[in-house]
Structure formats: C-alpha cells, structure tokens
Write a protein that binds this ligand. Structure first.
Ligand SMILES: Nc1ncnc2c1ncn2[C@@H]1O[C@H](COP(=O)(O)OP(=O)(O)OP(=O)(O)O)[C@@H](O)[C@H]1O
Ligand SMILES: [Mg+2]
Length: 413
C-alpha cells in the first residue's frame, strides 16, 4: 500500500488519475502496451468524454512504459494550422522532464537551448507552468523536421501521443503527407494517434488514398461497462465508510449514457454531500444533478444568449426536450416545435452543430442530441421537465445504444 494521503474525494475529474482511483481499462492498457512492444503505432478512437486522454495518461504511468520510453503528450485540440502544431509539440517537450536531461550531441543541445530561449527560460529552469500560446501569438522558429530529428537522437526510445489527431484534417494546408513521411522514418519512436471523430479518424487510417493508410493498429474505446463502473464506484464509497445503492449508480449510468466524464462529476458531488455511515440512493443523484446544473447556470445562460435567432433556439430546445430528436424534418416535428419548414430545421442544425457553437451532435440518420448532457438537463429544467428526464433515463440510454450500434463503420468523405 502506498503511504500517500487519501484524497478527500476519491472521484477524480482531471485527466491525470492515480492508478487506485482509475476505473478498470485493464485490458485496454495491456493491449496498448503490447502493441507498442511489438513495434506498432496505434490509433485510438472513441466518442467524446469516454476517457481516451486519461487512458493514455494511465498508460504513461505504468512502470514498464515509464521505464522504457520518454513520453510526450501533444494535445492538438486547439490547433488551427501547422504553426500551432509545432507549438504544441514544443509545449510537450517543455513539459516532459527527459528533454532537460538529454546531453551530449551538439545538435541536441542546440535544439534545447533554442527551445528554452523561445520559452524565455534557462535550461533546467522551472518549466512546468509554462506554455507557448497558440494563434495568433508570435510565430515559431522551429520546424517539424527539427522536432523529429531531436527525437531520433535520444538515448531511450520515445512514445509520442497526438491527441485529437483528426484536427490536422481541418488545417488550411493538408500536412498529413508530410507528417506521415517523418513518422515513417523514425526508428526509435512509437506513436499513438487518438481522437473523438470516429469517422474522420477511420478514414484517415483506412482509406487507401490517405497518407496514414494502414500505418497504425486501431482500437475502439467504448464506455466502461455498467457492472464494472458500479463495482468501482461502490468500492470507493465504501473505503470512506459510505455506500451507494446499485439503483443510484444505475441512474447515473443511464442519465449520462455511461460517459465517464459526466459520471465522475456527478459521483464526486454525490460523495461530497453524503455523510459518513450513509448510503446514497437515487434521490441523492437527482439532488447532485440539480446542484451541478445550478453551478453551471451562468455558463449555460451565456451560451443561450449567444444564440440570437429564435428558430435556432427553438431547435435547441426541441432537441434538448426530445433527448434524442429523430425525424427532425418531418411535418410532425416541425409543427410541434414551431420550426416553419424543413429548411429552417436544416439551417438550425447546421448552426447548432458548427464548431463555434458545438451544441448538438448527429447520432444517426436525421437524429440529433445535445453534446452536453447537463446543458440538456438545464434546458429541461427551464421547461419543468427535469423529473421526466430522470424517469426516462433508462429508456433513453437504451435508445442511444441501439442507434450507435446501427451506425455504419464506413462513410463517404
Ligand atoms: N477509467 C477511468 N476512471 C475514472 N475516471 C475516468 C476514467 N476515464 C476517464 N475518467 C474521467 O473522465 C474524464 C474524461 O476523460 P478523458 O478526458 O480522458 O476523456 P476523452 O475521451 O479524452 O474526452 P474528450 O473527448 O473531452 O477529449 C476524465 O477527466 C476523468 O475524470
Ligand atoms: Mg481527450
């Protein structure tokens, strides 16, 4: 047993989670490590908030990975072009301790000196809090080639993760061919590409015309099973002389469709409000959800205020109230939610799913749901329909799973 002090709350919500508070993913962790050992690169695909990034951090923490590789985590979610990518790559170097201790070769030291200079730091200085800003801040004077050349010189092999890798497809210039040629040449570096846009990533790695075609083994990460999450959650409560009923965990699981991010947030809140010696029941979950919605109130209000057009708002309300809105261009739907006609529905969908608004997502043919479940519940509460959401949770969960299972694996670009 480690002597570390137990945290006040065992439900973690960041991406760095101590092993003891990390739920399962044992098979996936082994699988990833095995693939790396066999010399394969890997692509990890999953819907949003299922736990890709924390799984990668969990893999980084494993002794055999820590001992074997220099690990670099490059999150490119916020990048818009090649310059941004280079900056995030540099940030990963600045955050990775090993880069400071690579000594010897001239080019390597030169690279590091320039890196620290650009970051306004002296070599060996405290860098953990430092990050280079992305667009539109000042330019970078590093190139991708230099980064890869540096990696080629390290003593230990490297493990580089590009998280949200599908973003490179949105850059104004297609850099995938260039990236691919660098990556292909590396002899001592393994790569993990991970991302949330399943189809796009799929196409990048499975389409014969794409530079990354078949360059990595693929893993689809699904939600954690209900049974496994239930055992995990109860164990954590019990470690603190508390408990939670199976029904209460089941409600959390159904309400948030098994997405780890939301479940952890709610569990954290339920746990915090519960006195030692007590067992949490579904009502505690409902209270926790209601409190979380209240905490997000300002944020949600602001998001709503930005949506100026009445039809766009109506459409958002409609999708939120439906939970999963199907046949959105049908006459029945249009009438029910006062949407004029099919084209006003289409326009609203385009607006609400655009990157800048990011409020809804497609989950099947003519079917949509809100991206953020708490936002959905907040809207429902405004219509006095929150209790209905609680009552219908299981049904809605089943419907969603069914729809996702029907999604085709292939899609035309
Ligand atoms: N196995 C796990 N055990 C406990 N908590 C987890 C686990 N996996 C994920 N989480 C929790 O869920 C949150 C979301 O996970 P993570 O950020 O890894 O998901 P993601 O798929 O990368 O999401 P995004 O699409 O937003 O990038 C984490 O902050 C963490 O709190
Ligand atoms: Mg992530």
């Amino acid at each position: 047993m480690s002597k570390e002090k137990a945290p006040n709350n065992p439900f973690f919500t960041g991406i760095n989670i101590p092993d003891r508070y990390f739920c399962d993913r044992e098979m996936e962790t082994k699988d990833i490590i095995n693939q790396l050992k066999n010399g394969n690169n890997l692509v990890i695909k999953a819907p949003r908030r299922v736990g890709k990034s924390s799984l990668i951090m969990h893999v980084f923490q494993q002794k055999e990975v820590k001992d074997t590789y220099n690990t670099l985590y490059v999150d490119i979610y916020g990048t818009k072009n090649m310059d941004d990518l280079v900056k995030e790559f540099m940030n990963a170097f600045l955050e990775a301790g090993f880069a400071r201790s690579v000594r010897g070769k001239k080019q390597v030291e030169g690279f590091l000196q320039r890196l620290y200079l650009q970051a306004n730091l002296s070599p060996g200085g405290e860098v953990s809090a430092f990050r280079l800003g992305l667009t539109p801040s000042n330019g970078v004077n590093f190139t991708l080639s230099e980064m890869f050349r540096f990696l080629e010189q390290t003593k230990k092999p490297n493990l580089v993760v590009f998280d949200e890798f599908q973003k490179v497809k949105e850059y104004p210039d297609d850099i995938t061919a260039e990236l691919r040629s660098h990556i292909q040449r590396m002899t001592n570096t393994r790569f993990i590409f991970s991302g949330s846009s399943r189809h796009m990533l799929h196409n990048m790695f499975e389409h014969p015309k794409e530079p990354f075609y078949r360059s990595a083994s693929s893993m689809n990460l699904d939600i954690i099973s209900e049974e496994v999450y239930t055992t995990f959650a109860r164990r954590l409560f019990q470690q603190y002389r508390k408990d939670i009923s199976d029904e209460a965990v089941a409600l959390v699981y159904a309400l948030f469709s098994g997405r780890t991010y939301d479940m952890q947030e709610v569990m954290k809140e339920v746990f915090q409000q519960l006195e030692p010696g007590k067992t949490a029941v579904p009502d505690n979950v409902k209270d926790a959800v209601t409190r979380l919605i209240a905490m997000w109130e300002n944020d949600f209000r602001e998001r709503m205020d930005k949506i100026e057009k009445i039809k766009n708002r109506n459409m958002l309300y409609a999708v939120a109230l439906e939970g999963i809105a199907t046949s959105v261009t049908s006459t029945a739907f249009i009438r029910k939610y006062k949407m004029d006609n099919a084209s006003s529905v289409q326009n609203a969908i385009a607006y609400l799913s655009a990157d800048s608004v990011n409020a809804i997502e497609k989950i099947g043919k003519a079917s949509y749901q809100l991206q953020n479940r708490l936002f959905e519940f907040w809207i429902a509460k405004g219509f006095r329909r929150l209790d209905q959401k609680f009552d219908m949770a299981r049904e809605r969960y089943n419907q969603e799973r069914q729809m996702l299972a029907q999604q085709p694996t292939f899609e035309f670009l």
